[in-house]
Design a protein around this ligand. Structure first.
Ligand code: C2E
Ligand code: CA
Ligand code: CA
Length: 777
């Protein structure tokens, strides 16, 4: 230790030692500063910075060493041989470079790098010594050299540990300090352990004192310049990289344009035009895209405008903003381009969804109303158009029977048919459920609207075949015209609805036009319908019972249940009025169930030989579960099936004959009697009597009423009774008001008679046996 201190203090020129220390200090500060730059750089650029760092540090360590050698003032003059001295510099740079190769990858990087640098500095030192020209023999004390080397290795290692773990100014300063100590330790232990034994036979140095000074100045000068340049380069590089990184990090494409030509772009800009950055330089900015407003793209406007690219994906939409800046000393424009494509697409999608029916892709209510209002607003004096309201027949049944997925498929098929059938300029919409509408193009006369409607009907008939496809649906169309049927959207929609309603009543599968008279009638019907929906829960319905007289014993054989509706404001609404409404609207299903339950539970209280006849609507017969419902009702009320008679008209036999027949068989199996009501008013009564298992025939009261004056009617009554006899079916005559009528039907062989003569429909007959006798007496 003492030898080392003595070596520094006595054997060296102190000013030159300070210069060497200064070079070491600056060199190491610069080294770690450059390493920091390498550390921060992207992987691709790191090797460059490592190389620069190795060069700067190797050079400065070598310079330190060399100048320190020059500072040596031993007893013999010393000179240096160029090749070895040069080699020692190369070794220093190479050694630093090698030592830095581990720094980022290896676990024990600090130790590896530290040791490598120690070896490097050691090697450099001794190669340098080898190149020393001195007229002396050189001897070394090995132990201090080994100790110095170990200390230096620890210090270098520590410097890398500090570099890896410290941050901020400490990262550079602490690391640099440790490594300077390492360099000095190595140099001065080595120097103090070097013994020069003068030998006059040997060759002395070539250079004299003056040369030494020049050499020193040159080396330190070059070293300082190199350090200054590399240090500054690192700083500038860092600043530029940061700046470029910032520009590159924006989501916007950026281009600098000078006199219309692109001089700089960022990666995002190139990506937006599907081009490479280099290929865009020198391009005319206005060739790349055009702004919506037609003003050249690069002309300054700080506020964004929409622009469309002229190359790459042209369906894109950009937002373009331009600002003027000073770039490379001249005024330029910076174009910031933002890709709005996704945003616009999402916006369009939201708009589309808000205005279209998701299932069919047709216009939804919102869009349809908008277009209708727009049509009305822009209509000129003699402009006309039509509004078609369409409703699917049987759709609800398809949906119930085959499920919603199938229902959806049918709706899509219908949408396709409508779109194909409609003409250019017509707007097809779906308002919900199975409600479709068509707004025709301007100039559509009512004749053309009818043609369109009929075209749709015929397309449906062709493509929706009931026979082969159980999911086929029909369509009914109501048409209103502008301005004849209304000049605002609400009135027009209402008129089309009314026309549709009318069409449905008149038999479905047809086209009907709106007319004002029907509107009143329909409104009335609608009002009744909505009242009727509440009638059961409001207890406004009641069953009356009309006795059925047995010709054989003159007693009451049973009662026919006849429904009455006591409307809160209209008073008594006759069943002839509200039953058709109930049938048309489907209310008959709940109504029918209520009637059945009411009649059965009343009849249970009657004497066991008294039957109850209940009228069943054709709509009820078209339901597959009628037998089940009736069976349930009988069970619940406790009425014996043999006491129930169901009266059905021929209308029930018109459609779904197979379903009806099956239901009838099930009912008969239960022991229920089935009566053909209103016989003679239907189409093919006779054949129906043969094909369906009726138990009884009821002649309609219109024949009885006509019998006296009309020989023909009399003949028909006679024929019917004869037919019944031949088929072994008892016949009931309905509407007997007079004795003569009664006599006539008895003469012809009627089994039962019913009519005012025996009793009008009245309140519930008494429930007890005794009271019953009173009725019968
Ligand atoms: P309908 O089945 O032919 O019922 C017989 C109708 O003739 C009843 O009229 C009854 O009051 C009436 N009537 C009975 N005897 C005479 C008579 O001597 N002279 C005259 N002029 N008329 C007589 P109502 O009760 O007005 O029923 C009319 C129609 O309404 C019934 O014809 C039936 O088709 C339907 N209806 C009544 N109640 C129900 C019901 O509960 N369910 C169903 N589905 N339909 C019903
Ligand atoms: Ca009846
Ligand atoms: Ca009748």
């Amino acid at each position: 230790m003492f030898a080392v201190l003595e070596c520094v203090a006595v054997q060296h020129d102190r000013r030159i030692v300070i210069l060497a220390a200064l070079i070491a200090l600056l060199g190491m500060l610069s080294f770690y500063h450059l390493l920091l730059r390498a550390d921060e750089s992207p992987l691709k650029r790191r090797p460059t910075w490592v190389l620069v760092a190795a060069f700067a540090s190797g050079l400065s360590v070598w310079a330190t060493h060399f100048i320190a050698m020059l500072a040596y003032q031993g007893s013999v003059p010393i000179g240096f041989d160029f090749p070895f001295t040069g080699l020692s510099a190369v070794v220093a740079v190479l050694g630093f470079w090698v030592s830095l190769q581990f720094l980022w990858d290896k676990k024990a990087a600090a130790v590896l790098s530290g040791v490598t640098i120690t070896l490097t500095v050691g090697a450099m030192h001794f190669i340098g010594m080898t190149g020393m020209q001195v007229a002396a023999r050189i001897d070394y004390h090995i132990t201090p050299i080994l100790v110095g080397t170990a200390v230096a290795a620890v210090l270098f290692t520590l410097s890398f540990v500090a570099f890896k773990h410290l941050r901020g100014w400490q990262q550079v300063v602490v690391s640099a300090s440790a490594s300077i100590l390492g360099i000095l330790a190595l140099h001065f232990t080595a120097m103090s352990s070097t013994i020069l034994i003068p030998d006059p036979t040997m060759h002395g140095p070539d250079i004299d004192g003056f040369d030494r000074l020049v050499l020193m100045a040159a080396i330190s000068g070059v070293t300082f310049v190199v350090l200054a340049i590399t240090g500054a380069a690192a700083l500038i590089d860092r600043y530029l990289v940061d700046l470029k990184g910032l520009v590159g990090a924006t989501l916007d494409g950026m281009a600098v344009v000078r006199e219309g030509r692109i001089v700089e772009v960022n990666a995002r800009f190139a990506q937006l035009f599907d081009a490479s950055e280099a290929s865009l330089i020198g391009e005319n900015a206005d060739d790349l895209m055009h702004a919506d407003d037609g003003i050249p793209a690069h002309v300054a406007r700080a506020v964004g405008v929409e622009a469309v690219p002229n190359r790459g994906d042209r369906s894109r939409t950009f937002e373009l903003a331009v600002r003027t800046i000073e770039y490379r000393g001249r005024p330029c424009e910076v174009m910031a381009v933002r890709d709005l494509t996704e945003k616009r697409r999402a916006q369009r999608e939201v708009e589309y969804l808000a205005r279209h029916d998701v299932l069919t892709g047709l216009a939804n209510r919102t869009l349809f109303q908008e277009r209708l209002k727009n049509h009305i607003t822009i209509a000129q004096n003699d402009d006309q158009f039509a509004l078609l309201a369409l409703d699917l027949d049987r759709f609800k049944a398809v949906n119930d029977l085959f499920g919603h997925a199938e229902g959806d498929r049918v709706l899509r098929a219908v949408a396709r048919i409508l779109q194909r059938a409609s003409r250019e300029g017509d707007l097809v919409g779906r308002l919900g459920g199975d409600e479709f509408v068509i707004l025709t193009a301007f100039g559509t006369t009512s004749d053309e609207a009818r043609t369109l409607g009929e075209h749709i009907l015929s397309t449906f008939r062709r493509e929706m075949d009931y026979v082969s496809d159980p999911t086929a649906v029909g369509v009914t169309i109501g048409i209103a015209t502008f301005p004849a049927n209304g000049d605002d959207s609400e009135t027009l929609m209402h008129a089309a609805d009314m026309a549709l309603y009318r069409a449905k009543i008149n038999g479905r599968g047809i086209v009907a036009f709106y007319d004002a008279a029907m509107d009143l009638e329909t409104r009335e019907r609608r009002r009744l319908e909505s009242d009727l929906r509440q009638a059961i829960s409001r207890n406004e319905l009641e069953l009356l019972y009309q006795p059925v007289h047995s010709v054989e014993n003159g007693e009451v054989a049973g009662y026919e249940a006849l429904v009455r509706w006591q409307h809160p404001t209209r008073g008594m609404v006759p069943p002839d009025v509200f039953i058709p409404i109930a049938e048309e609207s489907g209310i008959i299903i709940t109504l029918g169930e209520w009637i059945l339950h009411e009649a059965c539970s009343t009849a249970v209280g009657w004497p066991p030989h008294i039957k109850v006849a209940v009228n069943v609507s054709p709509v009820q017969f078209s339901l597959a579960n009628l037998a089940y419902t009736i069976c349930n009702t009988l069970e619940k009320t406790g009425l014996a099936p043999s006491r129930l008679e169901l009266e059905m008209t021929e209308a029930a036999l018109l459609k779904d004959r197979a379903v009806t027949l099956a239901t009838m068989r099930q009912l008969k199996e239960l022991g229920i009697t089935i009566v053909m009501d209103d016989f003679g008013t239907g189409y093919s009564s006779l054949s129906n009597l043969r094909s369906f298992p009726f138990d009884k025939i009821k002649i309609d009261r219109s024949f009885i009423a006509a019998m006296k004056q009309d020989e023909n009617a009399h003949a028909i009554v006679r024929a019917i009774i004869g037919l019944g006899r031949s088929l072994d079916l008892p016949v009931t005559a309905e509407g007997i008001e007079t004795d003569s009528q009664y006599r006539m039907v008895v003469d012809e062989g009627c089994a039962q008679a019913q009519g005012y003569l025996f009793g009008k429909p009245g309140k519930v007959p008494a429930r007890s046996r005794r009271a019953d006798k009173a009725v019968l007496s």
